[in-house]
Design a protein around this ligand. Structure first.
Ligand code: SAH
Ligand code: SF4
Ligand code: F3S
Length: 441
């Protein structure tokens, strides 16, 4: 028997791409491929790409440039582009990059093995359709081995919101939820393989409305059913939209022990004028009231968010509104970006804030966000948290895990194994992580 072929996948962008890459690796496993960690010895290289900002999209073309010598040296090497750039610019990639053998959009991954067979026969293959069938029904999602006690599980895909700046509704298509029983089956399979924490994924995960017993289930209902699974200790979900934060989901944060006290709830801007221009369909006040209701049931919840500065038409006053909102919310973790015009989106037609002003606002916002993050992290010192240990750290006897609040925690001498959850007293707050000691010591 010949040696298995080797597949190297490089993943960019969001966690949904991470999940998809795992599914593609499994699907290709059935076609005789094993994964490798280096491009140099691969028979096939797949770039799973992101189109969210210009810089993210450009990475694909520079990476393809770097792969050219490999392909020149080994003409048998197959190169594929998957993900959101594939969806948005697939035909252009094929035209501009003769070294690309295969382009596959995010909704067609179940067709990847058939495409690989065509490519092996010397053809070039492109599939950026939005097929009727659900790719996840046809992708294995039965990993043979897991590398750790945490896993992602996509439950919802696509977006119908059409924020004026965003490519996701075009690259991922309309909002679709996976049936509840499939999610539960996949979750049970993960738990059997040692997974203790599952993060439910979706572009608008809290808009989940999958078919379940008695009709469509909300995300809260799905979480409560998942919480019944023995040995599944922790549940998280991301990313949520403020307008889909239902009463039952807020309530779950108050009384579902396995649902972790962490919520990523992007608001993008604190200015009502900008929010309207972004087509977010909520005001800053709506968002603040929502945060108040969530904190009423779970006062210690750690909030995280996304911000865009320099959106077309944003004035200094609008930006001040954003700083004010950040001060009111107090985030434990945030992502902030300079607006990046994306072809085909409504905002790309509008006149931009000049680049220096946008950079200056981003620096000021990040200064505030970093300060908040540090304060909240430093306030953990002296507290006892529960850590789910994930892997060995760099020091002898050290293990690294995550607290309920998703802070990375280093602990030495705990005797813990990956998958254990133990109480840890936090003794130190570093730049990117906490250090703790076993709480019983
Ligand atoms: N579905 C999620 C996140 C989508 S993309 C949500 O609705 O919140 C992740 C983040 O990228 C967004 O929250 C936004 O802050 C940022 N983003 C999206 N498009 C962008 C653009 N054109 N320029 C800059 N940032 C952008
Ligand atoms: Fe993009 Fe808005 Fe949809 Fe989020 S809600 S994916 S930002 S269009
Ligand atoms: Fe990027 Fe597509 Fe995710 S554009 S952020 S990879 S949905």
């Amino acid at each position: 028997m010949s040696d298995p072929k080797k597949l190297y996948i490089k993943t960019y962008g969001c966690q949904m791409n991470v999940y998809d890459s795992e599914r593609m690796a499994e699907a290709m496993g059935a076609s005789g491929y094993v994964t490798t960690d280096t491009a140099e010895d691969a028979d096939m290289i797949l770039l799973n790409t992101c189109h969210i900002r210009e810089k993210a999209a450009e990475k694909v073309y520079s990476e393809l440039g770097r792969l050219k010598p490999l392909k020149d040296a080994r003409p048998d090497l197959k190169i594929g582009v998957a993900g959101c750039v594939a969806q948005a610019e697939g035909e252009e990639i094929m035209r501009r990059q003769p070294l690309v053998d295969l382009v596959v959009g995010p909704q067609s991954y179940h067709r990847l093995p058939a495409m690989e067979a065509a490519v092996a026969g010397g053809a070039r293959a492109l599939d950026t359709e939005f097929p009727e069938e659900d790719k996840f029904d046809r992708l294995a999602a039965r990993p043979k081995a897991r590398r750790g006690p945490t896993a992602f599980l996509t439950v919802q895909e696509g977006c119908d919101k059409f924020c004026a700046f965003c490519v996701v509704p075009y690259t991922r298509g309309a909002e679709v939820s996976r049936p509840a029983d499939r999610v539960l089956t996949e979750a049970r399979g993960l738990v059997e393989r040692g997974v203790r924490e599952i993060t439910l994924l979706g572009q608008n995960v809290n808009a989940y409305h999958g078919a379940g017993a008695g009709g469509d289930w909300t995300l809260a209902r799905l979480i409560r059913a998942l919480a019944e699974i023995d040995r599944l200790e922790r549940i998280r979900f991301t990313t949520s939209h403020p307008n889909d934060m239902g009463d039952d989901l807020i309530a779950a944060h108050g009384d579902c022990d396995k649902l972790m006290p962490y919520l990523h709830l992007p608001v993008q801007s604190g200015s009502d004028r900008v929010l309207k221009a972004m087509n977010r369909k909520h005001t800053a006040g709506d968002y603040l009231r929502l945060i108040e209701r969530i904190r009423a049931v779970r006062p210690d919840i750690l909030l995280s968010g996304d911000f865009i500065v320099g959106f077309p038409g944003e004035t200094e006053d609008d930006f001040q509104d954003t700083l004010r909102l950040v001060q009111q919310v107090r985030y434990g973790q945030c992502y902030s970006f300079k607006y990046s015009p994306r072809p085909g989106t409504p905002a790309a037609e509008r006149s931009f804030v000049d680049a220096d002003t946008a950079s200056d606002r981003l620096a000021r916002l990040q200064e505030l966000l970093t300060r908040q993050q540090r304060e909240i992290q430093n306030a953990m010192v002296g507290r006892t948290v529960k850590v789910l240990f994930e892997k060995a750290g760099r020091m002898p006897g050290q293990m690294v895990g995550k607290s309920e609040y998703l802070h990375a925690v280093h602990v030495t001498g705990s005797g813990a194994a990956a998958g254990d959850i133990l109480p840890v007293r936090i003794v130190e707050s570093g730049p990117n992580s906490l250090a703790g000691v076993p709480a019983t010591a």
